[in-house]
Design a protein around this ligand. Structure first.
Ligand SMILES: [Zn+2]
Length: 155
């Protein structure tokens, strides 16, 4: 049986695809019955779309693959804690569990700034597993931003 680490590493591979084209490296995969049904990576700059986050793209694909907006048995793996928009989409698509790598002190809505995924006032709550491959996920981001700062300095 594959475990959370295995699938998080697939999400990390997605994040690297974002990095390769100069996007902030964030990746996601959605798993159902032990199989990856969709994946996505951040495309905000390339597409100039504020909503082109890894999770949104993966959720959209999963709905198309399954032919339903209900992702009730699905598990979403993402390298960075979901933002308010993605946490909202996760609740609305009734994802069963979210597994994330690095916490996001500037936007995380799965427990850091707020916990939108488990607010009892909504009609759906999501199980959360945090900190899976946290170091690798965080390192991708910190190295990406470090490189950008160095490039700016050279100019
Ligand atoms: Zn997001």
């Amino acid at each position: 049986m594959y475990n959370d680490k295995y699938f998080m590493n697939l999400a990390i591979e997605e994040a690297k695809k974002a990095q390769d084209i100069g996007e902030v490296p964030i990746g996601a995969v959605i798993v159902l019955d032990g199989k990856v049904i969709s994946s996505g990576f951040n495309l905000r700059e390339r597409d100039q779309r504020s909503i082109a986050h890894a999770e949104i793209l993966a959720i959209d694909k999963a709905c198309k693959v399954l032919g339903t907006w209900r992702l009730e048995e699905a598990i979403l793996y993402v390298t960075l804690e979901p933002c308010p928009m993605c946490a909202g989409a996760i609740v609305l698509s009734r994802v069963k569990r979210v597994v994330y790598g690095a916490a996001d002190p500037k936007g995380g809505c799965a427990g850091t700034l707020m916990n939108l995924l488990q607010d009892q006032r909504f009609n759906h709550q999501v199980d959360i597993t945090k900190g899976v491959e946290e170091e690798a996920c965080g390192r991708l981001l910190s190295e990406f931003f470090k490189e950008i700062r160095q490039r700016k300095k050279k100019k």
